[in-house]
Design a protein around this ligand. Structure first.
Ligand code: NAD
Length: 345
């Protein structure tokens, strides 16, 4: 099977490329290398026999550089920061929405199957933050029976404070659903929450779960922005993501625009403070910590995915806890300091 992974040198794209290559797929990684660190990931991919195509998903013509029949597209390319979009909404729109129309048109013409990387930010921050929460020692949690299993796929997508990023991803998400139905295409839309793992070139503005071990290793200050660092996420580790995607590829013929909330779920949650405490205990010290009182625009205080639908449909469960995920990422950081120095020094 020929698989095109857009954003193939990014965190998710890189890991999926390596994983599927080992499984015997013909993998083509397309990326415009806009994210720092991806040029390093690209070299590793090529050393491992993954074909790299320098391309930009905003440009329809760039897909013609992929000169073989594609069976499946895993669309992980995006401008993934939830804060950058306010500076230039058009940039987010072209990268995250218009690009998907390019991909869907290609799929329509050539009957290509698609797995789309969507996000919890399709749900409005206003509505998520209106859910009653309780404040505990190191975290906030939902304090409403209705959400005891987390947020499911029926949660409203209307409202405000999706972020510009969220809006552009929601547009893409809906386009995927619409095309699947109108043009009889096999498409799965995964609304992922907080993802973490090795080869995530984490930054303060995006990818906090990998940024934490990097900041600890390099002694970069970390900042709690709003909610005193008690904001809570369900965390999903990259190995669990790859295993789910494998199951989805195997059964994609049964799906036509189906939407799934995907994350670590209620059993795999962690707050910023808890991540700090865990790493401090492990390493014996912590970097300087700053606290900003006002939350980031459109940020969600508590977001936990209800993963019952995805778990049941694909007979899949996350196996790696946030603590074990932090251990693995920290090990990767420590063992690859010279390589990471090129990005972080
Ligand atoms: N990381 C998370 O916690 C998270 C959570 C929810 C959803 N997502 C979604 O998952 C997907 C993958 O995210 P990630 O964490 O791997 O991000 P990433 O930034 O590590 O990877 C994205 C890749 O896309 C590439 N890219 C960006 N614009 C491009 C363009 N116009 N053309 C070609 N390539 C382009 C970048 O160079 C990068 O390699 C994204 O769609 C993101 O919205 C991520």
């Amino acid at each position: 099977m020929n698989v095109l992974i857009t954003g193939g040198c990014g965190f998710i794209g890189f890991n999926l490329s390596m994983f599927l290559k080992k499984k015997g797929f013909n993998v083509i990684a397309m990326d415009n290398l806009v994210r720092r660190g991806t040029e390093i990931s690209r070299a590793v991919l090529e050393d491992n026999g993954v074909e790299f195509v320098h391309g930009d998903v905003r440009n329809n013509e760039d897909f013609s550089n992929v000169d073989r029949k594609i069976d499946l597209i895993l669309n992980t390319a995006a401008e993934p920061s939830a804060i950058e979009g306010y500076k230039n909404p058009y940039f987010d729109f072209t990268n995250n929405s218009l690009s998907v129309i390019n991909i869907l048109e290609l799929a329509r013409k050539n009957k290509i199957k698609i797995i789309q990387w969507s996000t919890n930010k399709v749900y409005s921050g206003d509505k998520i933050n209106a859910i009653k929460t309780k404040e505990l020692g190191t975290r906030f949690e939902y304090d409403d029976e209705l959400y005891k299993n987390g947020i499911d796929e029926s949660f409203p997508i209307d409202g405000n404070d999706h972020s510009i990023y969220g809006l552009t991803k929601l547009t893409a998400d809906l386009f995927c659903q619409e095309y699947a139905n109108a043009f009889n295409l096999n498409i799965i839309v995964n609304r992922f929450s907080c993802l973490g793992g090795e080869w995530q070139w984490g930054l303060p503005k995006q990818g906090w779960f990998s940024w934490w071990p990097i900041a600890f290793a390099y002694k970069f200050p970390i900042t709690y922005i709003g909610w005193k660092g008690k904001q809570l996420r369900d965390v999903l580790y990259i190995k669990d993501i790859c295993e789910l995607v494998m199951k989805q590829i195997d059964s994609i013929d049964d799906f036509k625009g189906d939407v799934f909330n995907v994350g670590g779920g209620v059993k795999n949650t962690m707050s910023l403070i808890e991540a700090t405490n865990y790493l401090e205990k492990k390493l014996g010290s912590k970097p300087a910590i700053k606290t900003e009182q006002t939350p980031r625009r459109a940020d969600q205080c508590v977001y936990v995915s209800d993963i019952r639908k995805v778990s049941k449909t694909f007979n899949w469960q996350p196996k790696v806890s946030p603590e074990a995920a932090l251990d693995s990422i920290l090990k990767w950081v420590m063992e690859n300091r010279q390589m990471l120095d090129k990005v972080y020094k």
